[in-house]
Design a protein around this ligand. Structure first.
Ligand SMILES: Cc1cc2nc3c(=O)[nH]c(=O)nc-3n(C[C@H](O)[C@H](O)[C@H](O)COP(=O)(O)O)c2cc1C
Length: 383
């Protein structure tokens, strides 16, 4: 294992436990929680883990090669970093840490519209390799300006998010005053005082702000006003009419994130998307939804030759990546896993988490005697 690997944290669960101790409760709960009763959050992972894989020990086998081609580029492994909003709240500088680590390890990093690093900075840190996730702005002018900036920053892939037609109902965030509009309560301030390394780092880096959105945000808003402004400026509601001008303008690859229904994938193909990320926002929006993995084999079977089928929501380990790839995904993404990494280990968190997941994933491939990522479906056992 590489030098930058910290052997005290050999699993995502170890990083999660450390993150919980190190950052204020309201920040940890914002990251960790699902919506309503957390049913969707929990089945995302438990359903992935129902998948079993069959090793083939007597094959003429050399060594696993984890490299994976996607949209004409070769990545070092079939996983990347999902877009996460407000990353600087969980650990200051975490989008910078993750973008840098993703670039060094040659895996994709997706920047959220509402995170605490700008498109331009993401591009600089990844030498033009960062993908950008767009929350659809209500005003065409704002949308066009953001698209232009993403193009100038050489983002190869634009990801349109469709699974936030309304805010998720998240009891923890409501209790903590993090729902929109947000409030800073005495309880939250008390929690900050109990986490000195988080507080000191936050002081050092300044209050996290929505960097990409700065040019469109009036100055001097308090938190409550900012919440209202964001609510008014962005609409998660997408339809053919809103997607068409984006497809017409965007010359790079276009990916739809947040679908789970076969009919939505069929529409995405008709609308000219190059890929879809099957995703339910990590169980943060519709508690009564299916797990993403339960929709994957059917969708991959029906549409896998027409559009790139990727998946996130629920993966927490190398075996989970292997199970998902065996079930038909072309590529996988994770959100919380990487944020647990930076919240637990700060500057070393991105490097550590990627190294760990890649090591775990390669071990599974070697154990299966599977040389190539695209051969993983040969090891899938239908239950
Ligand atoms: C704290 C948090 C914030 C998120 N913010 C965004 C966002 O701004 N844009 C987006 O497309 N998805 C967002 N997501 C969803 C992730 O991109 C991803 O779909 C999800 O985390 C995958 O599930 P996992 O955490 O189980 O890996 C967020 C997820 C979390 C946990």
């Amino acid at each position: 294992m590489a030098n930058n690997f910290n052997s005290q944290y050999p699993s995502i669960e170890d990083l999660r436990a450390k993150a919980k101790k190190r950052i204020p409760d309201f920040a940890f709960e914002y990251l960790d929680g699902g919506c309503n009763e957390d049913v969707n959050l929990n089945i995302n992972t438990s359903d992935i883990r129902k998948i079993q894989l069959e090793p083939r020990y007597l094959q003429n086998y050399k060594e696993a090669d984890t490299t994976t081609k996607l949209f004409g580029k070769e990545y070092s492994a079939p996983f990347g970093i999902s877009p996460v909003g407000l990353q600087g709240l969980m650990w200051p500088n975490s989008p910078e840490i993750l973008a840098k680590a993703a670039f060094e390890h040659n895996i994709p990093f997706i920047l959220s519209t509402v995170t605490t690093m700008s498109i331009e900075r993401a591009s600089e840190l990844t030498q033009g390799n960062a993908w950008f996730q767009l929350y659809n702005p209500v005003e065409d002018e704002v949308r066009n300006d953001i698209l232009k900036r993403a193009e100038v920053a050489e983002c190869p892939v634009l990801v349109l998010l469709c699974d936030v037609p309304t805010f998720g109902y998240r009891p923890r965030d409501i209790r903590n005053g993090l729902a929109l509009p947000p409030k800073m309560s005495a309880k939250n301030i008390f929690q900050v005082l109990g986490k000195p390394s988080w507080a000191l780092n936050t002081l050092k880096h300044g209050v996290p702000t929505f960097e990409t959105l700065k040019p469109y945000t009036p100055e001097g808003l308090n938190l409550k006003q900012l919440g209202k402004f964001m609510d008014k400026t962005f609409s998660g509601k997408l339809n053919a009419e809103k997607i068409k001008p984006i497809r017409d303008k965007w010359k790079g690859k276009l990916v739809l994130k947040g679908v789970s229904a076969p009919r939505d994938v069929e529409d995405a193909i008709k609308m000219g998307f190059d890929g879809v990320i099957l995703s339910n926002h990590g169980g943060r929006q519709l508690d009564a939804a299916q797990s993403t993995i339960s929709t994957l084999p059917n969708i991959a079977n029906r549409y896998g030759d027409k559009i790139e089928i990727m998946m996130d929501s629920g993966l927490r380990s190398g075996p989970d990546i292997a199970r998902t790839m065996a079930a038909g995904a072309k590529f996988t993404f994770m959100g919380r896993s990487f944020m647990y990494g930076t919240a637990a280990l700060g500057n070393k968190g991105g490097d550590h988490t990627i190294t760990m997941l890649r090591t775990q994933f390669k071990q599974v491939m070697d154990q299966l005697c599977c040389e190539k990522v695209e051969e993983l479906p040969n090891h899938f056992i239908l239950n």
